[in-house]
Every structure is written in C-alpha cells, then in structure tokens.
Design a protein around this ligand. Structure first.
Ligand SMILES: C=C(O[C@@H]1C=C(C(=O)O)C=C[C@H]1O)C(=O)O
Length: 104
C-alpha cells in the first residue's frame, strides 16, 4: 500500500490494521455463508428423498415463490437491496434443483 502517512501520526499503519481486521471479518462471514449454503443443500436433499419416495416432481413453484417472497421480506428487514438478494436465492434454488435432478 502507498505510504500516505502525511500527518506523521501513524495513520497509514492504523488504516492497514483496520483493513486487515475488517477483511478477517469478511473472510469469516464468507466461510459461514458457504457453510449455510451447504446446510441448505443437505436439507433440500432430504426433501428430494421424500419426493422420490412419494413420486412427487422435483420442482415446486408454489414453494419457490414462498422462498422468494421471504427473501424479499428479509432483505427489507435488513435494509439490503431486495432484487439482488432475490437473485442470490434464485441461484440457491437452481443449485438444489440441479442436485435433486442429478440424484434421480
Ligand atoms: C427444496 C425443495 O425443492 C425445490 C427447491 C426449492 C428451494 O431450494 O428452496 C424450493 C422448491 C423446489 O422447487 C422444496 O420443495 O422445498
């Protein structure tokens, strides 16, 4: 990083340490996100197993709509862009459907 410590009070080093801490926080959150995605996938696999036993189709559009509605509501609750959060959930649903189809 460029040395922009012009006031001589060690601001640059302090900023580096703060960035390191914040990036460590992001690293930990990223790991938790992937762990939660894996957990979601495992639960969906259990749902897929029940569907297989019962001869129910993989895709449940009503359930998907409920998941998307909840994603939008939760995004608003936490003040993040609801369209972008919904796009993430669309991908999570697709991930499960691909896995469910593969295990048939
Ligand atoms: C997990 C399910 O199967 C599919 C995947 C869904 C999801 O990932 O949220 C939702 C509906 C289904 O199309 C389910 O029926 O709940």
């Amino acid at each position: 990083m460029a040395d922009n410590d012009t006031d001589g009070r060690g601001t640059d080093r302090m900023t580096d340490a703060e960035l390191d801490d914040l990036r460590e926080e992001i690293r930990s959150i990223d790991r938790e996100i992937v762990e939660l995605i894996a957990q979601r996938t495992y639960v969906a696999e259990s749902i897929a197993a029940v569907k297989r036993e019962e001869g129910i189709p993989t895709t449940d559009e009503q359930q998907e709509a409920a998941v998307m509605d909840r994603a939008g509501e939760n995004a608003e609750r936490f003040d993040v862009d609801s369209n972008l959060v919904k796009a993430v959930f669309r991908l999570l649903i697709e991930l499960n459907k691909v896995e469910q189809r593969e295990s048939r």
